[in-house]
Design a protein around this ligand. Structure first.
Ligand code: PMP
Length: 401
């Protein structure tokens, strides 16, 4: 990978001792993104799609151009790109939009790998419609296989949600194969790309998923913005679930007409800076190359796995990493205690259930410690994590009964 300039990341430069291993929660932003947001607020920071004055046109042009950049990045048409507040917002909106299409005899397939934002909206839809929520079994590597997927699909399957990369374990599911199978049963396929799009090449045409949701803040971009991709005809056949400014064509006392997708799903003043800042984030990733982004994080997670795999004090849930995520516990020690200890070594990791309680319960624990790598991490960061984990094991030895 081309050397990522640490100097591009002011937060890292301002915290030189810090080893940031929590990029699955949110990524650090390069100055190209911060500068773009600053430029918006300081030179043309007005509303979009409303004014006819020059500054408003500039804001609108910059804002709309992001749609083209995202479309090229995931290989779709710009009109298939819906701006959202993030993955959670996209997945919730989608479940609400699809709700009128769900009947009591339908089945909705999810898995225990799913993030709360992917499974909870469907729990609500199932309750509201009488449809059944079906959980696909995981294999011994905690992944969804074609064989297990086949067992849950049938003519009643209306929607499947597939988590591309688990935010807890980092396992990568075979989305393309699972999608092909689900389409044989005419099911709608939703892909949660929150941990995939920031880290690897995601081509929606190649995967053939019907919908894909992801967040800007996990891919070097600002918080408060994200994308919901949808195949145009299907997307445009759905009704909006949020109403207000900019999404309507005309409003009478008892009726209103809507614009076509994507605008009809974008009611109200959006996160303009949040979306404008996504463009330099994507450009930054594209300059490195998505294959290199994936390879780099994977190499660092693999280094850590190789060096702690034989430590008997550890429960290593990610034995053979498939992405930049590695998850473990010191046996008998609460993950928050381990994470607090690691922070005394200036290492920032996440501990807990990672908003995915189903998988932590499935693993038989209340939570885990998760280290997640990204482009600005170095082999030295990985080495320091291994040293700190070993030191934590020494420290906690006497705590364990
Ligand atoms: N799905 C997955 C797999 C995630 O990792 C996350 C964020 N942890 C989300 C959905 C929700 O993303 P956001 O909080 O950005 O809406």
């Amino acid at each position: 990978m081309n050397e990522v300039k640490r100097a591009d990341f002011p937060l890292l430069e301002n915290n030189k001792e810090m080893i940031y291993l929590d990029s699955a929660a949110t990524s650090i932003k390069p100055k190209q993104v911060i500068d773009k947001i600053n430029e918006y607020y300081t030179t043309y920071g007005v509303n979009v799609h409303r004014g006819v004055y020059d500054m408003s046109s500039r804001a609108t042009d910059e804002y709309e151009d992001v749609r083209n950049v995202v479309a090229k990045f995931i290989n779709c048409k710009p009109k298939e790109v819906v701006y959202t507040k993030g993955t959670t917002n996209g997945l919730n909106m989608l479940a609400n939009m699809l709700l009128p299409k769900i009947n009591k005899d339908d089945e909705i397939v999810v898995s225990v790998l799913d993030h709360h934002s992917a499974v909870m909206p469907w729990q609500r839809v199932a309750k509201a419609t009488g449809a059944k929520l079906i959980f696909v079994e995981l294999d011994e590597n905690n992944k969804i296989t074609v064989e297990n997927f086949k067992k849950v699909l049938n003519n009643k399957t209306k929607v499947v949600n597939i988590t591309y990369v688990s935010n807890v374990l980092g396992v990568v599911n075979p989305v393309k194969e699972l999608t092909k199978l689900a389409h044989e049963f005419n099911s709608i396929v939703i892909c949660d790309g929150a941990q995939a799009v920031p880290h690897m090449k995601v081509d929606v045409k190649d995967l053939d998923v019907d919908f894909l949701a992801f967040s800007s803040h996990k891919m070097l971009g600002p918080t408060g913005s994200g994308i919901l991709y949808g195949k145009y005809n299907l997307l445009n056949s759905l009704d909006p679930v949020e109403f207000g400014g900019d999404m309507n064509d005309g409003v009478e006392m008892y009726e209103a007409t809507y614009k076509d997708a994507p605008e009809k799903f974008e009611a109200g003043t959006p996160s303009i800076a949040g979306l404008i800042g996504l463009k330099p984030a994507i450009q930054y990733l594209e300059n490195i190359g998505m294959d290199n982004v994936h390879k780099h994080s994977l190499e660092l997670a693999t280094y850590v796995a190789e060096h702690i795999r034989n430590n008997e004090m550890l429960e290593l849930y990610t034995k053979y990493p498939e992405s930049g995520i590695i998850t473990f516990n010191i046996k008998g020690i609460h993950p928050h205690d381990t994470a607090t200890y690691l922070s005394t070594h200036n290492i920032c990791v996440r501990a807990g259930h990672h908003c995915a309680q189903l998988i932590t319960h499935y693993l038989g624990c209340m939570g885990t410690v998760r280290a997640s790598f990204y482009i600005y991490n170095t082999l030295d960061d990985a080495k320091k994590l291994v040293e700190a984990i070993n030191a934590a094991c020494d420290y906690f030895k006497e705590w364990i009964i």
